[in-house]
Ligand binder design. Structure first.
Ligand code: NG1
Ligand code: ZN
Length: 549
């Protein structure tokens, strides 16, 4: 019929490159940008089917995040703005690797039958498309459009260059029936930020002279968007470097959140003039954020303030608002809340101890945003972060309703009271922070607002706790899947006996902690070690590399 011949015709224009194999990993499909057209075309089909199945708008983002500029990738956002359901990943893999148009069509036909997807033009579908600044993005975006247009009834809406979290936000907000353009996004962020700044206690405003912030934009899309956003902000003096403008440098090369977090040295464009100043780094698609401090002009070393410490700052702030609220309420009017902190095994042990010591509930999940997000969604307020700077804060719908109700009640009984302000701050956080995915721009504004609220310098923030020395190494292996882990990746289940060897090695090092896991994005095994000294962490990691090799 018409649908089948359309799909066959379009598919014939995007042949599978010889010998290539694609897998929808933790971050969607990723590869060299020059061989991705067929994959992105097929991801377009996938997105259109996802939209048909859910009768909602979905998103398709073309990015390879912190990877080199020649790489690219594609991932799908589900109607709630989160990552595409894992249940569809096997189908994604299957169609990406279908050898020819006929096989592709057959896979699609089988799948729509199995999933009961209204197929053949009975229903309409909508896919929002975004891409980062990579040069290969433009052609790949066209391939995605073809994929979407190969499904009758599906419409592609090109949102042009966006950060990954902007696209996820748009999908989420659009499905709530609210205005979801880029300017809606920017104004929601700037409004909720200024609301938080207005709620900074008067006695602390004097301490807030430290408004200068220098941001490394990774020469990617985030720098460009931050330039736009900063024009809408007051009370903050933001200077963006590595904006990606001509002549400033190459995307992610010697800069960006991934570089700064892994290398722990100053990114390009930063130097002795920045000693003592609050600095931050975004990654190539602006879904990761880290802060850093250059403490000496004679060294490239930095004090890194990673995702764990951003998480800790947010946790302190949120907990404090509930303390204010509940200390000022009589016993039968306290607002019960379940706050959950979600980390992975890569979280520095010192952060986990610190958070537990605050009396917070901390859980670990396997690496990958989809796992953290899912766990955080189980709480009234779930705060999750990966050490690398990807994270956000989730508010459950029902808890937001009770916050709003409390806010109304307090507005009429004790407007302007400390309790009222605490509730307003929490509501502003729920507006500022991206509820769809980790978002460096909204995270950065929340960090800035909380620092002003606390009257804290970056140095004071960094002193919340002291990171345990750690070392991360990688081992190239023939088959990374030979290593199977359990307990949120903290223990090895296979090969048998390996965990006992790791345990024996770890026991030799004071405060030692060590785990290994197969990467979800590269053909390697990662080794992470922590101990009371850097030498000990290094030696533990090195000996465990020997065990894996
Ligand atoms: P893998 O390669 O599975 O370790 C890396 C990061 C993740 C996540 C994904 C997706 C580390 C140790 N791992 O995953 O946190 O960001 O990439 O980009 O940083
Ligand atoms: Zn990213």
């Amino acid at each position: 019929d018409k649908q089948c011949s359309l799909l066959l015709e379009f598919a014939s224009r995007f042949p599978l490159p010889h010998g290539a194999r694609f897998s929808y990993g933790t971050a969607g499909f990723r590869s060299d940008g020059s061989i991705l057209a067929s994959t992105v075309f097929r991801a377009g089909i996938l997105a259109a089917l996802r939209s048909l199945k859910t009768s909602s708008t979905v998103g398709l983002m073309i990015t390879a995040s912190h990877n080199p500029v020649s790489d690219n990738g594609v991932k799908i956002a589900d109607p709630d703005g989160g990552m595409m359901t894992q249940r569809w990943e096997p189908f994604a893999d299957a169609i990406a690797n279908a050898p020819d148009p006929e096989h592709l069509l057959q896979l699609v036909k089988d799948f729509v039958k199995e999933e009961n997807i209204p197929f053949g033009g009975e229903q309409s579908a909508e896919v929002l498309l975004g891409r980062d600044t990579r040069p290969s993005g433009e052609t790949l975006l066209k391939a995605a459009k073809h994929g979407i247009n190969a499904i009758i009834g599906a419409v592609a809406v090109d949102m042009d260059i966006l950060t990954t979290p902007q696209l996820h936000w748009m999908v989420r907000i659009k499905n709530k029936g609210m205005p979801a353009s880029e300017s809606d996004y920017l104004s929601q962020l700037s409004k909720s930020f200024s609301c938080l700044i207005d709620l900074v206690p008067k006695e602390r405003v004097a301490d807030c002279s430290d408004t200068k912030l220098v941001v490394d934009g990774a020469n990617g899309v985030g720098g460009e968007k931050l330039e736009q956003l900063k024009k809408m902000l007051t009370g903050l003096d933001i200077c963006v470097r590595n904006t990606g403008k001509k002549g400033e440098g190459v995307l992610n090369e010697g800069c960006g959140a991934d570089f700064v977090q892994k290398e722990k040295i100053t990114p390009s464009g930063f130097g002795p003039d920045d000693v003592g100043i609050r600095c931050a780094s975004l990654d190539g698609d602006a879904d990761r954020l880290v802060y850093f401090l250059i403490s000496s002009s004679s060294s490239k070393n930095i004090d890194l303030i990673d995702g764990d410490k951003i998480l800790s700052l947010f946790a302190v702030f949120i907990k404090e608002q509930f303390d204010i609220l509940n200390n000022n309420s009589d016993s039968d009017n306290k607002l019960a809340v379940r706050i959950g902190i979600v980390q992975t095994a890569y979280a520095n042990g010192a952060s986990t101890s610190y958070l537990k010591q605050l009396g917070l509930e901390v859980v670990l999940t396997p690496t990958g945003v989809k796992f953290l997000h899912k766990e955080a969604a189980k709480y009234d307020i779930g705060i999750y972060f990966e050490a690398n700077g990807h994270g956000t804060i989730l508010f459950s719908e029902s808890f937001l309703l009770s916050l709003e109700a409390r806010s109304k009640e307090l507005a009429s009984t004790s407007s302007g009271s400390e309790s009222h302000k605490a509730v307003l701050r929490l509501l502003a956080v729920s507006q500022l922070i991206n509820q769809a995915v980790g978002d460096a721009l909204s995270g950065l504004l929340l960090v800035e607002a909380v620092l002003q609220y606390k009257g804290w310098s970056i140095k004071r923030w960094n002193e919340l706790y002291q990171d345990l020395p750690s070392r991360q190494l990688k081992v190239k292996v023939v088959d990374r899947n030979a290593v199977v882990t359990t307990n949120a990746e903290t223990k090895v289940a296979k090969p048998l006996g390996l965990q006992e060897l790791i345990d024996a090695e770890t026991a030799k090092h004071p405060h030692g902690r060590c785990f290994v896991r197969p990467s979800g994005t590269e053909d390697i095994i990662r080794v992470y070690a922590e101990a009371s000294t850097q030498e000990a962490a290094d030696s533990l990691a090195r000996s465990v590399v020997q065990l894996v090799d």
